[in-house]
Design a protein around this ligand. Sequence first.
Ligand SMILES: Cc1cc2nc3c(=O)[nH]c(=O)nc-3n(C[C@H](O)[C@H](O)[C@H](O)COP(=O)(O)OP(=O)(O)OC[C@H]3O[C@@H](n4cnc5c(N)ncnc54)[C@H](O)[C@@H]3O)c2cc1C
Length: 403
Amino acid sequence: MSGKVIILGGGIGGLCASIALRQAGVDAVVYEQAKQFDEVGAGIQVWVKGMEALRQLGVADAVRSAGAEVRAHRFFNAAGTPLYSADLAGFARQHETPMPVMISRAALVGSLAAGVDSETVHLGRRIVSVEHASDSVTVTFEDGTSDQADLLIAADGINSMTRCQLFPDVRIRTASYRYVRSLVAHPAPVGQNVFAMFLGRGNRIAVGDCGDGMLYWLVGMKNPTVPLDGDPGRLKADLLRRFASFPEGIASVIDATPADTLIHHTVRDLDPIARWGKGRVILLGDAAHATTPNLGRGSGQAMLDAITLADLLRTADLTDAGQLGRVLDTYSRVRKPEAEQLQRTSRSIGNITSWSSPVMAMSRDVIMKTIAGRRQIAGIERQFAETAAIRALSGESQRPAHN
Ligand SMILES: Cc1cc2nc3c(=O)[nH]c(=O)nc-3n(C[C@H](O)[C@H](O)[C@H](O)COP(=O)(O)OP(=O)(O)OC[C@H]3O[C@@H](n4cnc5c(N)ncnc54)[C@H](O)[C@@H]3O)c2cc1C
């Protein structure tokens, strides 16, 4: 490989791209606007494909030991009636893959940051403009200084200024429900190493332990009564009211959470976009394919983007525009179908799990107990089977140490 790469954004995607490119022998520098890696956002589930990607990046053990394996998914209605459950530990054993991991975002980003070459990551460097010519791309920082490279990997998230510049017609879509999330020291209501979701009418809550006695919870709610910047105490009171009749232990999780740690926000995603780059700019992660978080798989997609792209760049001459065009085409062809499928599926799951009419919510529960639940479980098992195939292709199919 010859040529230089700039990675715009030191989030999950940008950090993974930095590690993957270093492994591929590609010279890359990361510019991140935050002054330090102090990622907020409570917890995150790194799905099985994400854990396999992290294994290839050499950081899976660090992530696993800083979080908690997710050995089962269990879904219930608001009365606590089981709808379906998936035995992830069984799938991992059967397919010889890693297990998903629930972890605090701070610990995940910390583990990734520990895996990058610190000299190549520049914090507190906000890029305010990107100019591309046929033979180079130039980024300018807010202090007026600039840097130049042969390729810009834009990992600048859903609000990506790079994507807005390349494709001004792409619109961010806002879902009809909001999320509130937090992390609290509290026992897991449905047991350790279980991700559980309780579906009500327009209100749902997911809980999963992140290890060290910390529990991540995430509420999806329709018809919010407290504004986004409203008083956190009022928001907490509203949540306690919404979840008062849910099974024992749920309201206590909310009650134990300090109001000032609640993160309250809209839920946004993108429609699939036609191209994931242009000329000397390639989009990665949420910048290319932000998805609603209903399946907890977005970060894994960014990790897979990073590995795929680094592999394609390993032998490319970045000074050659023709070669770069072929890299972009192959990267898009390999990565787009899965990322776009996730965008669509996650959006429809978000809609169905937010149904608030009693009749629709009741029919949803019946469907989830039967056909939809079985489909979900089969889809989850397919993810483990596909992960095993990715693992085999990566040239190492040995059984993971934790199995
Ligand atoms: C509520 C919620 C829950 C989620 N839960 C899960 C989950 O459980 N599992 C999962 O896999 N995924 C989950 N996701 C999705 C996941 O968070 C994203 O897919 C992932 O963070 C994408 O990483 P990224 O690096 O592409 O973007 P980001 O994480 O957004 O990172 C972009 C980075 O670019 C930097 N940046 C932006 N603009 C500039 C600029 N101009 N100059 C310099 N730096 C810049 C930002 O500061 C940021 O650090 C969730 C998302 C949300 C919103």
